[in-house]
Design a protein around this ligand. Structure first.
Ligand SMILES: Cc1cc2nc3c(=O)[nH]c(=O)nc-3n(C[C@H](O)[C@H](O)[C@H](O)COP(=O)(O)OP(=O)(O)OC[C@H]3O[C@@H](n4cnc5c(N)ncnc54)[C@H](O)[C@@H]3O)c2cc1C
Ligand SMILES: Cc1cc2nc3c(=O)[nH]c(=O)nc-3n(C[C@H](O)[C@H](O)[C@H](O)COP(=O)(O)O)c2cc1C
Length: 436
């Protein structure tokens, strides 16, 4: 072939390919709908509400960060936003709203033709009640967006407040919203209760509830507590559910005592007032922090106090889905309590898990022993094991009190693995915080 012709053909072909690739370049998704339903959710409650609402409105719900990954903030212009935002940590945004929030706080975009409805989920027992919802509200107002209906704050998923907000939203959107504020509650009975640590200063109880209607993979329940003329709701991790259809449900509950000596309302009712044979209303909740990995992976389970319920629940569901022996998984459980004499709870159960090969390693620490050790100390003692297990794809779960084991275990992991690795593992869902 004539060389000039060959070069011309080659150049034409290259140009064609470049044009083809340019046509297929990633572009922000076209988004013609005026209604935008977004959520910020740590544990899954705001997400569940948003997804129910989305079905009713025939649209879809996305987390703030998932939306922002494909859209600059200026694309909020001209939209009617429906925002359902919970607060986590100490008045902080949920993980799936951090990037959006950073951009919003830095932004100077004019959102004068944006309208919004905002439902803020929180819990009045935290000092910064619904702080993240209020922050979103302030920032949208600063950029000139119009608040179409008053911001509604919801204490501890109060169903009446949620129903009221939905009614108000339906009126604005000129549609009837028939969304259950939450999944219906089911009946349960207290089958038995026993004190796990009879001589300890901080009473922990094992409760067995009978609840035939509960799904076997429920990780978290909400219990309705009768209180004066009112009702309160408290959440508890499910330590295990009997697989035999009886749905016997195990809980581990700490009797809460406030600094002024008064007992916590919910835990006092459940561990003292309620009697075996009496009925309760419970509801299964979606709970992302306790979700299992979607492939068989080794687990590193770290807990203290009543957090044992959370890690036992994860271990039980994991064993049902990916039996450790069958999948050659080496799970490591680290549990911290106070007093080696009085707080050696669940000893035979945990030992049996090790003998049966469900657990490869079991470490227990006591903060009131001579050596005064907290659970996270075992991560330092066995740093080589930690590295090797992570290398093998391990997922770390931290369960229990947010300001004790939550802060302690995370600080120690950062110290051993470094900030960057911890951030990477958290983003990949391989460090999971199930703390309260
Ligand atoms: C996802 C999740 C899972 C949970 N799992 C478990 C579990 O498995 N086991 C378990 O035992 N708990 C668990 N909890 C905690 C549980 O939901 C309750 O918060 C706990 O039982 C205390 O509730 P209460 O009604 O007894 O106490 P409340 O009286 O409601 O007090 C709760 C908190 O409010 C503050 N407070 C209230 N009144 C006073 C006062 N007068 N003085 C000072 N402070 C006050 C304190 O900080 C106190 O800790 C979990 C929580 C969450 C969010
Ligand atoms: C670890 C933790 C920290 C929380 N911090 C706050 C807070 O600072 N302010 C608040 O109002 N609510 C706080 N809450 C309550 C949640 O906002 C509330 O339970 C909400 O319904 C959870 O919604 P989500 O499941 O979508 O994250 C906190 C809850 C947890 C478990």
């Amino acid at each position: 072939m004539n060389p000039t012709l060959a070069y011309t053909l080659l150049a034409a072909q290259t140009l064609y390919w470049l044009y083809y690739l340019w046509q297929r370049r990633p572009r922000p998704a076209r988004d013609d709908s005026a209604l935008l339903l977004l959520y910020a959710s740590q544990g899954g409650q705001a997400e569940t509400l948003a997804k129910h609402l989305a079905q009713n409105l025939n649209t879809r719900a996305e987390s703030l960060d998932a939306w922002h990954a494909h859209h600059p903030l200026k694309m909020l212009g001209g939209k009617t936003l429906i925002l359902i935002a919970s607060t986590t940590g100490d008045g902080d945004p949920p993980d799936n709203a951090i990037r959006f929030t950073r951009s919003l706080q830095k932004s100077g975009a004019a959102l004068t033709d944006t309208r919004y409805h905002l439902l803020a989920l929180g819990d009045k027992r935290y000092p910064h009640y619904c702080a993240y919802g209020h922050l979103l509200d302030q920032e949208l107002e600063r950029l000139g967006a119009t608040r179409e209906s008053p911001v509604t704050t919801v204490d501890n998923l109060d169903p009446q407040t949620i129903a009221y907000w939905q009614k108000q939203l339906g009126e604005h959107l000129q549609t009837t919203l028939d969304v259950p504020a939450q999944p219906p509650s089911v009946a349960a009975t207290l089958a038995s209760r026993s004190r796990l640590n009879p001589d300890s200063e901080q009473a922990l109880y094992h409760l067995r509830l009978a609840c035939p209607e509960l799904a076997a993979d429920t990780a978290l329940i909400e219990i309705t507590i009768p209180h004066k003329k009112d009702e309160l709701r408290r959440q508890y991790s499910v330590a295990s559910i009997a697989p035999d259809g009886s749905r016997g449900l195990d809980l581990i509950i700490r009797l809460q005592t406030h600094p002024d000596g008064t007992p916590g309302t919910g835990s006092h009712y459940l561990t003292q007032t309620l009697q075996p044979g009496e009925a309760l209303k419970i509801r299964a909740l979606t709970h992302h922090p306790a979700e299992l990995p979607d492939a068989p992976r080794p687990l590193i389970l770290i807990a203290s106090g009543s957090g044992l319920a959370g890690i036992l629940g994860i271990l039980t569901r994991m064993e049902a889905r990916y039996p450790a022996r069958e999948h050659n998984l080496q799970h490591w459980l680290i549990y911290g309590e106070r007093d080696p004499e009085h707080d050696r709870i669940y000893a035979s159960c945990l030992e049996k898990q090790r003998e049966d090969g469900v657990l490869a390693w079991l470490d227990r620490t006591y903060s009131r022993s001579k050596s005064r050790e907290y659970a996270q100390q075992r991560l330092i003692d066995h740093a080589d094991r930690l590295h090797a297990q992570l290398e093998a794809g391990a997922v770390i779960y931290i369960c229990g009190s947010a300001d004790k084991i939550g802060v302690g275990a995370q600080d120690t992991l950062r110290q051993i693995l470094g900030e960057k690795t911890c951030d990477r593992l958290s983003k990949a869902g391989r460090i999971r915080l199930d703390t309260y």
